[in-house]
Design a protein around this ligand. Sequence first.
Ligand code: FAD
Length: 369
Amino acid sequence: MNIKNCFGCGVCAVVCAKKIISIKQDSEGFYAPCIVNLEQCTDCGLCTKVCAYSHKEVLDCNTTPQGYAAWSTDVVVRKNCSSGGVGFEIGRSLLDKGYKLCGVCYDVPSHKAKHYIASTLAEWQDSKGSKYIQSYTVDAFKAIDRKERWLVTGTPCQIDSFRRYLRMFNAEENFVLLDFFCHGVPSKLVWDKYIAEVEKKLGRVESVSWRSKEYGWNDSWVMKLQCDEGDIWHVSRRSQGDAFYQLFLGNQCLGKACYAHCKYKDLSSAADIRIGDLWGAAYKENEEGVSALIGLTKKGQQVIQNTDRIERTSHDMNIVLEGQMKHTLSYPCIMRPLQLFLSRTKVPIAFQALVSKYTNKLKSRLQIP
Ligand SMILES: Cc1cc2nc3c(=O)[nH]c(=O)nc-3n(C[C@H](O)[C@H](O)[C@H](O)COP(=O)(O)OP(=O)(O)OC[C@H]3O[C@@H](n4cnc5c(N)ncnc54)[C@H](O)[C@@H]3O)c2cc1C
C-alpha cells in the first residue's frame, strides 16, 4: 500500500487483518494511513479494495434521487443543529426501530472530532451539529458489528470507503448510510492555532458550537465557544471576518484530497441519503434553518418516508442544489507556506494577524485590490 495525501477515511485500518495500519495526523494536519510493521504485510490487497481514494468511480446506486426541503419539528433540535436537524431526526427514528447509530462528536480535552457509537437517544445528542474538522473514524468503525442494524453518517469519502467495506463482506443490507454535501475538511493545525488563541484570551474552552444560530440561520457561520473563565462566551462571525471561517470557507486550508481529487460534489455519493444546508432563493427569509434532504437509493427514500418529526416539502433538484458547489476547487497558492508556517512555528502568534498576512499576500499575488 503506497497512498499519500488520501482522504484519511481510516477504513484501510479497519479492514487490515494484520492490524499493521494506523491512522495518524500528518505534518499538514490531516489523517493519513501509515504501516507500522511492513514486513508483516501479506499483500492481500484488502486495504486498497476498500479505499475510495484508489478508485476513480463512486459506488452510487442508480436510483432517481428525490429531493426535499426539510427540518425537525422539534424546535430545540432545529435550533441546535447546523441547518434543519434532519440528520439527528433520521438517527432518532432509526434508533426507535432498533438500529444503532454511528456519528461524530467533539472531544473537548483533545479538541478532536471523532466517530462514536450511540445506542440511546441521550448518547445521540452529541452528534448534533457539524464539526468543521476531519473526524477520526477507526475506533468507532472497528466497533461496528456487521450483524446488527446501523445508521452510519460521515463525509462522502468516508461513506464511499465504508460502503466498499460492507460490499466486500456482503453486509450492506443491515446498513443505512448518510453523507452530506461537503465543502472539504480544514487542517487541524489551523483549528489548534485558533483554539490556542481563544484560550490565551479567555481561558480553557469547555464547549464548541460551530454554527450558532444566535444571529439567525442566514448568518450562522458563527463560532460560539464557552470558556471557563467566568462563563465568557466567545462569539465570532464570518461576516465580521472570523479567522477560522476566512480560511475554511475561503478554501485556503483544506486537505489536499479535498481539491481536484474530490469526486463527491453535486449528487455524486455512495450514501443512501444526503443532507446539507438548503441555501438559495426559496428559503432565504427562513432564519430557523432548512436542510436539503435527498433520498439517493430506494432504501434511503423509504427511511425518509418513515421518519417522524420531520416537516418536508418535495422540490425540484435545482432548488435543492442551488447553493451547493458544482465543481471541484483549485489548490490555493498560499496553502503550502501557510501550513508549513503553522506546523513549524513555536512562537505564539496572533491568529487573526497570521490570516490577514496570508490573505493579503494572496490578494497581491492575484492582483486583487
Ligand atoms: C466538514 C464539513 C463540510 C460541510 N460542507 C457542506 C457544504 O459544502 N454544503 C452543505 O450544504 N453542507 C455542508 N456540510 C453539512 C452541514 O454543515 C450540515 O451538517 C447539514 O446541513 C446537516 O445539518 P443538520 O442540521 O441536519 O445536521 P445534524 O442533524 O446535526 O447532522 C449532522 C451530521 O453530520 C455528522 N458530522 C458532523 N461533523 C462531522 C464531521 N466532521 N465528519 C463527519 N461527519 C460529521 C454528525 O454525526 C451528524 O450525523 C458540511 C459538514 C461538514 C462536517
